[in-house]
Ligand binder design. Structure first.
Ligand code: DAH
Length: 352
């Protein structure tokens, strides 16, 4: 029988390697297969060593074919290794003690910030009564923050708001001063300038003051401003609206009390208190034994403010109010220090 040619031998080795690899069932099997065929003493390698004995033309043909077979076998080896690995994974999933019926681990998800929560509650109370929600700039002109609110420069009431001024040079030579708004009241004038009555808006937003912080004062905090202007609005509308609001936030049994207070942009000006929800008015630590808790400032919009935006104060009247949502949240949720709100301590934030 003539000796099979190198090409035939190659062909034979390729086929044999193929079927051997199919039956390799473990990583060890695969490794011995690799040694047997592709290793340094392997059958393919040995065969290639004989190439040099061939005539030059045959050498090229067989050489090409041998490399093709080598490459093919290497690819198959990789494929087989991969398949075995995957089979191993699924087996260990089935047998390896992973109980897929166990409940998953809970994921730590975020939650609403206490300020966001109370803001939403407050705004909902007013939108349910027909108010719209609007926002305004935190960097404001002196004009809107003060003058338009009946607080001209040199007016002593400016001391009520320690102000952070913004350094800037006005290229228009109007010498307008810029500041961080000290309250949300400037939006009263902005809203009236851009709209005709009837107006019913609430304005949530951040405010800034140049002052030291302590348990009840922060240098930045939120306010919610309210404004209603129309023909025939009276103090009774103010009372009714804010009474509704107080009951909605602090409970249906709440009573309210108004006392005279001074804010330059309202006349008369008042502060509103609710009877203490903790002791029902008997006197306790929360209401400082008075039975009452002050929750906001309010009043009838000052005629000067109406006139300033071009409204006729003989035709239109309105009421305004302003409150600190952090203070409302502190009362409602029993938080003892306003500085907790913005120090980002998760032990605080996670409680809400
Ligand atoms: N802007 C006032 C403040 O920051 C709060 C306030 C009081 C707003 C009375 C009002 C109001 O609209 O009528 O102290």
């Amino acid at each position: 029988m003539p000796k099979p040619s190198l090409l035939e031998q190659l062909n034979y080795i390729a086929k044999e390697a193929d079927s051997q690899l199919e039956s390799a069932a473990s990583e060890a099997d695969i490794e011995s297969w690799r040694v047997a065929y592709l290793g340094r003493q392997g059958r393919l390698t040995m065969l290639l060593r004989n190439l040099s004995s061939l005539p030059i033309d045959d050498r090229r043909v067989v050489g090409l074919e041998a490399n093709r077979v080598k490459k093919l076998l290497e690819e198959k080896l990789n494929g087989r290794q991969q398949a075995l690995k995957e089979a191993g994974y699924s087996r260990s999933l089935l047998e390896g003690g992973i109980d897929i019926t166990l409940p998953g681990r809970p994921m730590a998800i975020g939650r609403l910030h206490p300020t966001t929560r109370i803001l939403r509650e407050i705004l909902e109370a007013f939108t349910s009564m027909g108010f719209s929600v609007l926002e305004g700039p935190e960097v404001e002109w002196e004009h809107y923050n003060f003058d338009a609110l009946n607080i001209p420069s040199e007016h002593p009431a400016r001391d009520m708001w320690d102000t952070l001024w913004v350094d800037w040079a006005d290229p228009s030579s109007q010498e307008r001063n810029m500041l961080m708004r000290t309250h949300t009241s400037p939006m009263q004038a902005r809203v009236m300038e851009n709209n005709e009555p009837p107006i019913r808006v609430v304005v949530p937003g951040k405010c800034y003051r140049y002052e030291a912080s302590d348990a009840t004062h922060e240098w930045h905090f939120y306010q919610v401003e309210g404004l209603a202007v129309d023909t025939g609005i009276t103090f009774a509308d103010l009372k009714g609206t804010l009474y509704q609001f107080a009951k909605r936030i602090f409970g249906q049994d709440r009573q309210i009390r108004f006392r005279c207070d001074y804010f330059p942009f309202v006349e008369p000006g008042v502060d509103m208190s609710i009877d203490c929800f903790s002791c029902n008015g008997k006197g306790c630590r929360i209401c400082k034994e008075s039975g009452w808790i002050e929750i906001l400032g309010a009043g009838m919009v000052h005629p000067n403010v109406l006139q300033g935006v071009g409204y006729d104060p003989k035709k239109y009247t309105g009421f305004a109010f302003g409150m600190g949502p952090e203070r409302i949240a502190m009362l409602k949720y029993g938080i003892d220090d306003i500085r907790h709100f913005y120090t980002n301590d998760l032990r605080f934030l996670n409680q809400v």
